[in-house]
Design a protein around this ligand. Structure first.
Ligand code: SAH
Ligand code: SF4
Length: 372
């Protein structure tokens, strides 16, 4: 299903496209940079806020564009270190954006390092059997403007937490595209959104601090490797053999390991940067010593970092996380051979699982209350 909003979201415009629209409407081209400065640097929340623009131009903008295509429904600040923002899009679709706080050095108590996890689709068509995001299938792709809007909503929320609000606007350290949806299945909107996030006239956020996670759409991985902006890549591997991976990730039938792994190698060679292999540990599915050894061999061959994520249970699904001792034994097989490996331990750091689940709960509640 495609959603065509009545007005274009301003957050989906590039400096180039906005300049073109202004020029076509008989406005001065230099206004584009001023407008984007209001959106991304000064964080204007209404057209009236844009005080250095003539009134007629503000009226024209209001007629053409939606300033913010995602509204905040709920900000769940949890006792651990995650904030989950539940956002509603113009067609009432719900998406989730998560702020994960961690210590700067990985061990301290300050929790000042912020990673933002964003969504790219409403639902997901990939059908991974363990995942909450894909349970109801794909509703629709998000537009570039909606993808970018999530980060502005995070900025708004964080600006409120920053005492000297306007004088010192909040910032964050990393962006991971690991929320709801398969980012590479919404390729053009993803690249447009990340271009806006990266641009000086946009959020000015470094590409090296942006990670795109994919379940393994091989042709799109190759395409991403050729993009002029060098984003980081994470692969949701979750199975170190075709047998195990195909059981839990249908995408493996179209793109088995013999296709996926060379594509990852190509990406690494073109970027000269380590790719991350995400591996959720699911009890009695992929947590065996044999899987650990095979994952080790793959990681060594690709010079990849491995991120082991103990599975987070999803209501209605039968999968469970293995005992801690088994998680550690798995990690040690990799570590002993010199693979760069992390085992996620703290709940709040659990980026992946943080996404998708709050939205699922709210959708279910909405279904149970027909008045919505
Ligand atoms: N579709 C992309 C990005 C979003 S999913 C992808 O699959 O890579 C982000 C990560 O969360 C993926 O690695 C995914 O496999 C993982 N994930 C999904 N459900 C999870 C759960 N219940 N517990 C832990 N990780 C989960
Ligand atoms: Fe989609 Fe990623 Fe979930 Fe698979 S793990 S269903 S690709 S969001």
């Amino acid at each position: 299903m495609k959603f065509e909003p009545a007005k274009r979201p301003l957050t989906g415009e590039t400096l180039e496209s906005l300049t073109a629209s202004l020029t076509a409407a008989g406005e001065k081209p230099f206004r584009a940079a001023q407008i984007l400065d209001w959106v991304y640097k000064k964080r204007a929340r209404s057209w009236e806020d844009m005080t250095n623009l003539p009134k007629a131009l503000r009226a024209w903008l209001e007629g053409e564009f939606t300033l913010m295509p995602a509204s905040l429904v709920l900000n769940r600040h949890s006792a651990d270190v995650t904030d989950k923002l539940l956002l509603e899009l113009e067609d009432k679709s719900l998406i989730e954006t998560v702020i994960i706080r961690a210590p700067q050095d990985g061990v301290g108590l300050d929790h000042s390092r912020k990673t933002i996890c964003i969504s790219t689709q409403v639902g997901c068509a990939m059908g991974c059997v363990f995942c909450a995001s894909g349970l109801a299938g794909l509703k629709r792709n998000m537009s570039a403007g909606e993808i970018v809007a999530q980060l502005l909503q995070v900025c708004y929320a964080e600006d409120l937490r920053t005492p000297r609000a306007r004088a010192e606007l909040a910032s964050f350290d990393n962006i991971v595209v690991m929320g709801m949806g398969e980012p590479l299945a919404n390729y053009d909107a993803l690249i447009r959104a990340l271009t806006i996030v990266n641009a000086e006239w946009g959020l000015g956020f470094g590409a090296r601090r942006i990670t795109v996670s994919t379940s393994g759409l091989v042709p799109k991985i190759i395409k991403l490797a050729d993009e002029p902006i060098g984003f980081r890549l994470a692969i949701s591997l979750h199975g170190a053999t075709d047998e195990v991976r195909s059981q839990i990730m249908p995408v493996n039938k179209a793109y088995p390991l013999a296709k996926l792994l060379p594509a990852v190698k190509t990406f690494t060679e073109r970027h000269g940067r380590m790719v991350t292999l995400e591996f959720i540990l699911i009890a009695e599915v992929n947590d065996t010593p044999d899987q650990a050894r095979r994952l080790r061999d793959i990681a060594l061959d690709l010079h990849a970092h491995v991120n082991l994520i103990p599975y987070n249970t999803v209501e209605g699904l039968p999968w469970e996380r293995p005992e801690l001792s088994r998680q550690i034994a798995f990690a040690e097989v990799l570590d002993r051979s010199g693979v760069s490996v992390t085992l996620r331990r703290e709940k709040g750091h659990d980026i992946a699982a943080a996404c998708g689940q709050l939205r699922l709960k709210t959708e279910r509640e909405r279904e149970a209350t027909p008045s919505h």
